[in-house]
Design a protein around this ligand. Structure first.
Ligand SMILES: O=P(O)(O)OC[C@H]1O[C@H](OP(=O)(O)O)[C@H](O)[C@@H]1O
Length: 317
C-alpha cells in the first residue's frame, strides 16, 4: 500500500476488507472518519502534498470492496470539501466535511426510518434478508410509533448477517423467527412485507443487495407480498447514469467451504458472489430520506442529486 497512507486508514481498510466493518452505511461512516484522521495527522508542508496524501488514502479505502457505492460517494463528499489554499485550511476543510457527512448520514437514516415506518401497519410481519441499518431504522421507527411488528429473519449464508438482524430486532422488542435461506418461500404466505436494504441502486431502479435478494423478490412477487427497499440516497450509484455497471464483489470461497472439505468432495469449483441485482419490476418501493419512490422514478432523483454523473472521488478537479 502507498506509504503516504496513515496506519489508522490502513487499519480501517483492512477491517472493511475482512468485513469487521460492514454494511453500506457503516462503511461510509468509517471511511469519512478515516479521511479525517489522515488529514489531522498529516505533516505535509504544502497543499499539493496534502491533497496527494488524501487522494492516496481515498484510493486505499476504495480498493477494499467494489459494490457498495456509499463508499466512493462518502470519499467524494469529504474530498470535495477541500477548497482552502493552505495546509491548515485544508485540514479544517476535511474535518468539517467529514463531520458534516457523518451527521447527514445519521439524519438521513432517521428520516428514512420514519418514511419506511409509514408503510408498516400495526400487527405486520416482515421478512428480512442480511443486515441493513437502513431497513432496521424503518422497523425501529414503527415500533416507536407503537406498532407491533414481528419478523421472519433469513440467516443469510455464508456469513449469517441475519444473526445480527435477529439480535437487533430482539433488542427492539420485535419477536423473531430465524429461518434458513431456502425456507423463505414457504414462509412468505405469513409475511406482509419483505424489507431489505441496498448496497447500490442503479439509474434504472435495479437494486444491488446481498446475494439472494433477487430470488426472494421474485418469490415475493409470485406470492403477492410487497417488497420494500430501504436505501438512503447515499446508495444511489451516479456512474450508472452514464452507462457504467455495478461491480459485483466475488469473495473468498473459504467463506462457503474450507479447502480440505472441498478436496474431500472431489474439488468442485466454488464461487461466492456477495451481491445480486434485483430488476425494478420486482420492487414495490425504494424508501429514502427524501420520501418513497417507485424504482422506475429513481433516475429523476439521481439527476437532481448528481447532475449527469460524477468522476472518481480522487480525480483532480
Ligand atoms: O447500509 P445498510 O443499510 O446498513 O446495509 C446495506 C447492505 O449492506 C450489506 O452488505 P454487506 O454485509 O456489507 O456485504 C447488506 O447487503 C445490506 O443490505
Amino acid at each position: 500500500m502507498d506509504e503516504r497512507v496513515h496506519p489508522e486508514v490502513r487499519r480501517v481498510a483492512e477491517d472493511i476488507d475482512t468485513m469487521e466493518v460492514r454494511g453500506a452505511a457503516t462503511i461510509a461512516d468509517a471511511v469519512a472518519r478515516a479521511l479525517r484522521t489522515q488529514a489531522e495527522e498529516s505533516d505535509a508542508t504544502d497543499p499539493e502534498t496534502f491533497r496527494a496524501e488524501l487522494r492516496a488514502a481515498a484510493r486505499a479505502l476504495h480498493e477494499t470492496r467494489p459494490t457498495a457505492v456509499s463508499l466512493p460517494n462518502a470519499l467524494r463528499y469529504v474530498l470535495r470539501g477541500m477548497s482552502s489554499t493552505t495546509v491548515e485550511g485544508l485540514q479544517r476543510d476535511v474535518v468539517q466535511s467529514s463531520e458534516e457527512f457523518c451527521q447527514r448520514l445519521d439524519r438521513a437514516q432517521t428520516d428514512l426510518g420514519k418514511v419506511g415506518a409509514n408503510r408498516l401497519r400495526d400487527g405486520d410481519v416482515i421478512m428480512t434478508h442480511c443486515h441493513s441499518t437502513d431497513a432496521l431504522a424503518c422497523v425501529e421507527a414503527a415500533v416507536e410509533q407503537g406498532k407491533h411488528i414481528e419478523a421472519i429473519v433469513k440467516e443469510t449464508r455464508p456469513r449469517n448477517q441475519g444473526h445480527i438482524t435477529a439480535e437487533e430486532l430482539a433488542d427492539m422488542g420485535v419477536p423473531v423467527t430465524l429461518i434458513v435461506d431456502s425456507a423463505a418461500r414457504r414462509y412468505l404466505n405469513d409475511v406482509d412485507h419483505v424489507l431489505v436494504g441496498a448496497d447500490a441502486v442503479a439509474a434504472d431502479g435495479s437494486v444491488i443487495n446481498k446475494i439472494g435478494t433477487s430470488g426472494l423478490a421474485v418469490n415475493a412477487r409470485d406470492r403477492g407480498t410487497p417488497i420494500m427497499v430501504a436505501s438512503q440516497t447515499l446508495k444511489l450509484h451516479p456512474g450508472t447514469l452514464t452507462g457504467h455497471t455495478v461491480d459485483i464483489e466475488m469473495r473468498d470461497t473459504e467463506e462457503i467451504i474450507d479447502e480440505s472439505r472441498r478436496e474431500e468432495i472431489g474439488s468442485p469449483k466454488v464461487v461466492n458472489p456477495a451481491f445480486d441485482v434485483t430488476p425494478p419490476r420486482y420492487v414495490d418501493a425504494i424508501v429514502t430520506e427524501r420520501g418513497q419512490f417507485p424504482p422506475e422514478s429513481i433516475v429523476t432523483l439521481m439527476r437532481e442529486l448528481f447532475g449527469e454523473g460524477t468522476s472518481e472521488p480522487w480525480a483532480e478537479p
